[in-house]
Design a protein around this ligand. Structure first.
Ligand SMILES: [Zn+2]
Length: 244
């Protein structure tokens, strides 16, 4: 088992985040889901929703509206679209606008996470995103005056600094020797997985992460802290919006 294999599908997006089209062979297909031998469709996870796109085969188009994770990765076809039979070679395309927006949003959340930990020592307790909007929950008992503006300014300063966002894969023991990894990932990386994928905003934030990210912070655009909500017992929910 390696980090980029889910069931019978090689996950191409984990090693090539810019990949938007690829060829693959259908291993299994029903109206409930299509299993490919290789796929660049992000299947969802870590708060990032699944990709959309199309499969093209023999002059026919099958729209893909999501991905279901089981023993295999099942690409979910649009209702009533034709299904390519097992053995078919398909040309697949990932919807670029949605995925690129999600990459900017996901990287923006890591900037937020890095800034809030560095400046306030607060840990993340949850998060979720849609293209260009996101929320992240922090364990933060006190909200100091000017918090919202200070966070927004600090995030945008990190974007302006154009920090590199590196992805690398490390043996488990080496990954867990990075102090920051333990704070975010001890419960997220199952026992028995020998390799861990690391997303590193160089100098700001290092996490074990399976998501797709832009190559440097400037590509995120601008972060606006739209709202801070109190969720009781010291938990705060920050809502952010990404723009150009
Ligand atoms: Zn992430």
């Amino acid at each position: 088992m390696t980090f980029d294999l889910h069931g019978r599908t090689r996950r191409l997006e984990l090693t090539d985040q810019g990949l938007r089209s690829f060829e693959a062979v259908v291993l299994e297909a029903t109206p409930d889901g299509i299993v490919l031998d290789r796929s660049a469709f992000y299947p969802g996870g870590g708060g990032q929703p699944p990709d959309h796109g199309v499969l093209l085969w023999q002059g026919v188009e099958t729209r893909i509206e999501g991905v279901r994770k089981g023993d295999d990765l099942y690409l979910v076809p649009a209702a009533d679209d034709p299904i390519p039979p097992a053995g078919t070679v398909v040309r697949a395309a990932v919807a670029d606008e949605r995925r690129s927006a999600l990459m900017r949003t996901h990287s923006g959340l890591h900037v937020l996470c890095g800034v809030v930990f560095r400046d306030y020592g607060a840990l993340v307790t949850g998060g979720n995103m849609e293209p260009m909007t996101a929320r992240m929950d922090f364990n933060l008992p006190e909200v100091p005056p000017g918090f919202k503006e200070a966070i927004e300014d600090a995030c945008n300063a990190e974007i302006a600094a154009d920090r590199r966002i590196d992805v690398r894969v490390l043996p488990r023991a080496e990954a867990f020797a990075i102090p920051d990894i333990i704070r975010t990932a001890t419960n997220l990386v199952p026992e028995g997985i020998p390799e861990v994928r690391i997303v590193d905003i160089v100098g700001l934030d290092t996490q074990a992460d399976g998501g797709t990210h832009v190559a440097s912070t400037k590509q995120i655009g601008r972060i606006k802290v739209a709202k801070i909500e109190s969720k009781g017992r010291g938990f705060r929910r920050l809502r952010i919006a990404i723009s150009d």
